[in-house]
Design a protein around this ligand. Structure first.
Ligand code: OGA
Ligand code: NI
Length: 404
């Protein structure tokens, strides 16, 4: 194995074939199958342009201990790779903050007769059109399971580094994978978050024994319940779009799922970094469980609005893919997570991503397209869409590329 200086030297000296050097010689482990070539080249160029930063990123990645490892080592200030550039901090000043009421939808009414169900569907439609984000209460997942998965997530991330290390990987095809900053090498600044991922995107299931022992039961139980809730929400969303109850499930929107179990450690200088940079989700729908700490914000009319933690409820948001197939009727809103002096903060997201493998193709739903309201997006394959997601910084929008 080469020393870090040599790696950087090679990087700088051979910019023309940088992609091979970076990826094929495994200086950085990337999954080229799941990246697009031009983005890989861009990443390589931008890493090569700042050798010192590349070294820092790589040392952090090689530690396999994530942000939690920095905190355990007693970090009192932020390493440079986490500090947001001044222009980004300045931009913050142009975006206000607001305490606007966040929509809460009580799902207990959906079994109680036509009128009550209709009222839930109407509220859901408004929230999906105007916000793209809402909370659901009385969703049927027992509080005990919610607490169980939050504790299980915490226990995994608080395992000794030696025990977590074997899960650390950037290989996107792995079913169980732990890493810090999914876009560590793609972005211009790192964020204060570690993640355990359970990837049910192509195999659709996981053997319990593949999961870390400390959270195995909690993860299996939660995944099961949240998948069913996802299917229920797709029924309600179908109705909200004026379609038949089954339409979104028949499109297999809930088939591929990615579960991410996030751990945001207490941050010594929260004003200089973020927990998660602004982004929209590359899913049809996301169901998120957050603990009581807070920090999640949604961007609405250029104002950041707090998504307040409500015990027992779940946050739901429309992802890019549902914005596309609904032909812009529903909105995939930008959101982010602030870093916090208090922590850890735990959150668990389930992304519902449809069917990834070709030949499955998605496009704006024909019932939602007419002469007055023509299709706004081209056909697409989810796999191609995700390729672009994984090849870029989280904050880079991908919707525009599919606009007609
Ligand atoms: C995400 C996300 C928010 C949170 O994983 O895409 O937006 O609260 N997470 O962790
Ligand atoms: Ni998100």
């Amino acid at each position: 194995m080469l020393g870090c200086n040599e790696e950087v030297y090679i990087l700088e000296a051979r910019i023309g074939t940088i992609k091979e050097i970076l990826f094929e010689k495994s200086l950085i482990c990337f999954d080229l199958e799941r990246m697009d070539n031009s983005s890989a080249k861009d990443i390589a160029n931008h890493l090569a342009a700042d050798g010192d930063r590349f070294k820092e990123l790589k040392a952090f990645d090689d530690s396999k201990a994530g942000v939690k490892g920095l905190v355990d080592a007693g970090a009192k200030s932020l390493p440079k790779i986490f500090i947001r550039p001044p222009e980004e901090l300045l931009e913050e000043l142009n975006l206000g903050r607001s305490q606007a009421e966040f929509p809460v939808i009580d799902l207990s009414g959906i079994q109680s007769g036509h009128d009550q169900r209709k009222s839930v569907v109407d509220t859901l439609r408004r929230a999906s059109e105007e916000w793209g984000f809402f909370q659901v209460a009385n969703h049927g997942i027992p509080a005990k399971l919610l607490n169980g998965i939050v504790h299980g997530t915490c226990k995994f991330h608080e395992l000794d580094a030696e025990l977590k290390e074997k899960y650390y990987s950037r290989d996107l095809s792995r079913i169980v994978r732990y890493s810090s900053n999914i876009d560590l090498y793609q972005s211009n600044v790192a964020t204060w978050r570690d993640t355990l991922t359970i990837n049910l995107m192509t195999t659709y299931q996981v053997e319990p024994d593949e999961l870390p022992e400390v959270c195995k039961n909690a993860v299996m139980d939660y995944m099961d319940h949240v998948t069913k809730l996802g299917e229920t929400l797709f029924e309600l969303l179908s109705e909200a779009l004026g379609l038949k109850l089954d339409d979104l499930n028949a499109m297999e929107c809930a088939k591929a799922r990615n579960f991410v179990l996030h751990y945001y450690p207490a941050c010594p200088e929260p004003d200089k970094t973020l927990g998660t940079r602004r982004h929209t989700d590359p899913s049809f729908l996301t169901i998120l469980l957050q603990d009581q700490i807070g920090g999640l914000q949604v961007l609405r009319d250029n104002l950041w609005i707090d998504v307040p933690p409500v015990p027992g409820s779940l946050v739901v948001n429309i992802g890019d893919l549902l914005q596309i197939v609904s032909n812009d009727k529903f909105k995939s809103a930008e959101h982010r997570v602030l870093a916090n002096r208090i922590g850890p903060r735990i959150s668990i997201a389930c992304f519902f991503s449809g069917v990834i493998a070709p030949p499955k193709i998605y496009s704006p739903i024909k019932e939602l397209v007419s002469e007055e309201c023509p299709a706004l997006y081209k056909e697409f394959q989810v796999g191609e869409y995700l390729k672009s997601f994984y090849s870029n910084s989280l904050d880079k929008s991908r919707l525009q590329k599919l606009k007609i």
